[in-house]
Design a protein around this ligand. Structure first.
Ligand code: PRX
Length: 631
């Protein structure tokens, strides 16, 4: 097993070693896994043509490392604790032995239904253990999983299925989210109207609501599981075979399928999990993310299971039945490590302290955050009220594309600084770039965040479009991976992420492209043009502000706004609903027709006195009109 970093000195030594002899550094870590064949070369890389390979020549199956290798010594240990949406329903626990059996069975179901190595399989499921089982079952047979967050609409689902040409869909009849029940199968049925590549659907029964089962296509999970055995040979994969695709939004165009491959992702997932959280044997670890996002992939499923940890999965929401739900679960399972998003912390902070104080949180040792910058006030509340000033907070900066945590404190080992992600993990070489594309040396500086050497879990390509991947991430600064984030390095060399520098909005820790929302709004027949920007929002971090030119002018603006929200829910899903919609007669444009988003952002922020020079606009008067109608 991977040895953890034990002290600040150790961290500094390891960091230095990782920069000076990266190949030796990573091969020692990789040696702790179970391989069918070890590698010929540790790393080959070329950022210009984007060709990165880790552990070339190696052969393995990641599920043998997540499951099989723990069975001899830890077969009875709890792998997954599942906590249902409704506290009145029972918790379910799977030991490593039981999880292995379920994964093997479901892998057999997939094979029986024609799935094989290299196929792409879409998973559109609630937060039930069967989602983790399905993820691992795909990996078991060498199929590439593409998990689509169950809050996405039929249109968003079909776009993702079609882009990856998935042959199979695994879904559920419905899902429970707080007081709501969502008809997932119904949404999937809509999506499948336009997904010719799907030949079978496997449906897990969660809610028991009535659904349509199309004969010849739809199969019940429980019936299929009865027809297969529990032995399933793992498909032996090449180190660089794709493990999964995960769609994420960028500043332009449709969401892209970020591709992660097998050996490097595996190595970094366990390495970062153990070191950041300083996971100790016997700890109960809980990450509140959804497996539909990268955080769930790396730090609910793969990282913890590779480390032989006990990982808790929660189906519900933080505020139902009341705002004490998270803390009740922490107390019930004596959670030791708790990892959540700043948006959840801010939402819970708004409720009375008694929701926290009413539960025994004495088992907590480490707290974590992810997904967006955490403001100091929320950090202090988390630290004092939840952590009783005893638990280090790891503010973990990373991205779908990075596969694992890149900049973060190591709990109890490296220093903390509120609202700072602090220091890079060993193996990660961050740098800041200036407007001319030069690296900014020294401390107490600010620039665009890049990474200058490959790391094992980095993005390899975007599905079906390698050029796009090169252009988005590797062309802004030659020889560097560009993150899209702005960043400060303070006098002590600590990093603080300041937010996106591109047209991506981070709403409650979810990435949403402005172009994606604009395209969706354009679907309304009265919309002539839409411009979308982010603005600071107390709970969500950023809110979505949409400026709309429409024709004919709406008679009832509120009714028109409602229609637009419906369009968004239909095209993308509720997470992309604009918080504010302003109907305007024109947009601020340069003489070449480019929308001046800088001005729209300032107006959305309420900083109308900081608009700067507007004289170069095609029609400066439009700014006055927008300002006067600002919401
Ligand atoms: O802007 C950064 C922000 O979230 C973006 C990545 O989003 P996504 O790929 O959806 O992954 C989220 C979970 C890893 C980044 O470009 N971000 C993520 N973590 C932090 C953060 N911003 C500030 N502090 C963080 N700890």
């Amino acid at each position: 097993m991977i040895k953890k970093i034990e002290s600040l000195e150790d961290y500094k030594d390891q960091y230095q070693k990782s920069v000076e002899s990266p190949e030796q550094f990573w091969s020692e870590i990789a040696n702790t896994f179970s391989w069918r064949k070890t590698w010929d070369r540790v790393v080959d890389w070329d950022f210009k043509d984007l060709d990165v390979k880790w552990f070339s020549g190696a052969r393995l199956n990641i599920t043998e490392n997540c499951l099989d290798r723990h069975l001899d010594t830890n077969g009875d240990k709890i792998a997954i604790i599942w906590e249902p949406n409704d506290p009145k329903e029972s918790t379910i626990k799977y030991s490593y032995e039981e999880l292995h059996q379920e994964v093997c069975r479901f892998a057999n179901v997939l094979r029986k239904n024609g799935a094989k190595k290299g196929d792409t399989i879409c998973l559109y499921m609630p937060m039930v253990p069967e989602l983790a089982i399905a993820v691992l079952a795909c990996a078991r047979i060498g199929a590439i999983h593409s998990v689509v967050f169950a809050g996405f609409s039929a249109k968003a689902l079909s776009d993702r299925i079609n882009d990856a040409k998935c042959s199979l869909l695994v879904t559920a009849d419905g899902s429970f989210r707080g007081a709501k029940t969502i008809g997932l199968k119904e949404i999937a049925d809509d999506a499948l109207e336009s997904c010719p590549s799907i030949h079978s659907t496997i449906v897990y029964q969660r809610t028991g609501q009535p659904i349509n089962m199309r004969s010849g296509r739809d199969l019940w999970w429980h019936e299929e599981m009865e027809k297969v055995g529990e032995n399933c040979d793992a498909e032996i994969m090449d180190s660089e075979d794709p493990l999964f695709i995960l769609y994420t939004s960028g500043s332009t165009g449709k969401p892209k399928g970020v591709v992660h491959t097998t050996a490097g992702y595996m190595t970094y997932a366990e390495y970062s999990f153990k070191n950041v959280f300083q996971y100790e044997d016997g700890d109960v670890y809980w990450c509140t993310a959804d497996i539909g996002w990268i955080t769930g992939h790396s730090y609910i499923v793969y990282g913890p299971l590779l480390a032989g940890a006990t990982t808790l999965m929660f189906e519900g929401v933080p505020t139902w039945p009341d705002a004490g739900r998270f803390w009740e679960i922490c107390a019930k399972h004596s959670v030791n490590v708790f990892y959540t998003a700043p948006t959840a912390i801010r939402a819970l902070q708004a409720f009375d302290d008694s929701f926290v104080l009413g539960h025994d949180l004495s088992a907590l040792k480490v707290l974590g955050t992810v997904g967006e910058p955490i403001n100091e006030e929320a950090w202090q509340w988390y630290h004092e009220l939840v952590g009783k000033e005893n638990c280090p907070i790891v503010d973990t900066w990373w991205q779908t594309e990075t596969g694992g945590i890149m900049i973060s404190p190591l709990a109890g080992i490296t220093p903390l600084k509120p609202s700072y992600a602090t220091l890079p993990l060993p193996g990660i070489q961050p740098c800041l770039m200036d407007a001319d594309g030069n690296e900014i040396e020294g401390n107490d500086v600010q620039g665009n965040l890049c990474i200058k050497y490959p790391w094992p879990s980095m993005i390899r390509t975007t599905w079906g479009d390698h050029e796009r991947c090169k252009n988005v991430y590797f062309s802004n600064y030659e020889g560097y991976y560009f993150t899209g984030d702005g960043c400060r390095r303070d006098a002590d060399g600590m990093y603080r992420i300041t937010g996106r520098v591109d047209d991506v909005i981070n709403v409650s820790g979810h990435r949403i492209g402005t172009a994606e929302v604009e395209d969706a709004l354009d679907e309304h027949s009265n919309v002539v043009e839409a411009a979308v920007v982010g603005y600071p929002h107390d709970i969500k971090g950023q809110g979505i502000y949409a400026y709309i030119i429409c024709s004919p002018e709406p008679e009832d603006v509120d009714a028109f706004r409602k229609e637009l929200l419906e369009v968004i829910v239909e095209q993308i899903g509720p997470i992309a609903k604009p918080d504010k919609i302003q109907v305007v007669s024109g947009l601020p444009k340069t003489r070449s027709g480019k929308i001046m988003r800088r001005i729209l952002r300032k107006i959305a922020e309420g900083a109308t006195d900081q608009l700067g020079d507007t004289s170069t606009l095609l029609d400066p008067t439009v700014v006055e009109e927008i300002k006067s109608g600002a919401l």
